[in-house]
Design a protein. Structure first.
Length: 257
């Protein structure tokens, strides 16, 4: 006989399963357990400000990283000045504290260490592009050197500031430590004699400005002493030819055997 499968027969196993589940739940209720517990806490409601567009919790935000304040130096540290002349020349072209204009347009010092004479002027000339003192002041300097019995190629020539500046702020330069840099420059160049032209240079290295066209001094630094002749700047000498005679007399007295 063909067996007819009815809907009631299909539901019989399911009914038995439900009865088993109901009996199990009744047993737990009788034991006093009427809630489902999880070992880990579960968050059922996510605050709106922490939901994404689908209502799921947004990924945790990274804690803000503490940013340390960067201390920008305002003065040249003498302890960090270069210890040899080639390194000082490189530093001269890159150190931002030497002036307010940055490294572009700076003029390198000229000459070799141990020269018989070193000359320091206040700033390069406005005309200077490729070398120091290439304008009227440079021509006056060359004439002075010829009278002294030497030439530019045989001296060490440098400026207190690295670029042309019609109105330098010398007080700010002193506060930035330019004087310490100049003193180290002279010590590294180690000339036999030193001429400083310009009344604003002497205060940088610890002397008063010259009240006369030319005065004799001693430059002392790092245990050494160098004979120093200080005079007016080349621009002032161009405007006051009589002052040249004072420079000449001071030179003769300075170099007298």
């Amino acid at each position: 006989m063909r067996q007819v499968k009815t809907h009631a027969m299909d539901q019989a196993p399911n009914r038995q399963f439900l009865d088993d589940i109901t009996a199990a739940l009744d047993w737990w209720r009788g034991a006093g357990v009427d809630h489902d517990y999880l070992d880990e806490p579960r968050e059922w409601i996510v605050p709106e400000e922490e939901q994404d567009e689908n209502g799921d919790r947004l990924p945790p935000r990274r804690a803000p990283v503490a940013v340390q304040d960067v201390v920008v130096p305002t003065r040249i540290d003498p302890a960090l000045l270069p210890a040899d002349l080639p390194a000082f020349r490189d530093w001269w072209l890159s150190e931002t504290l030497l002036d307010d204009g940055g490294p572009a347009g700076r003029l390198m010092p000229e000459g070799e260490a141990g020269a018989r004479l070193m000359i320091v002027v206040e700033t390069p000339e406005a005309e200077d592009r490729d070398r120091l003192l290439s304008g009227p002041q440079g021509r006056l300097l060359d004439a002075m050197l010829a009278a002294f019995g030497t030439r530019r190629e045989d001296i060490y020539l440098a400026s207190a500031l690295p670029r042309p500046d019609p109105v330098p702020n010398w007080r700010a330069a002193a506060e930035r430590g330019v004087g310490e840099a100049l003193a180290r420059h002279v010590a590294l160049a180690a000339p036999e004699r030193l001429i400083v032209l310009g009344g604003n240079v002497l205060p940088l290295i610890g002397h008063e400005s010259p009240q006369r066209a030319a005065v004799l001094r001693q430059f002392q630094h790092e245990g050494g002493t160098i004979p120093l002749l200080a005079g007016w700047g080349l621009a002032a000498l161009l405007q006051n030819p009589r002052a040249k005679a004072s420079i000449w007399r001071a030179w003769l007295e300075w170099t007298r055997p």
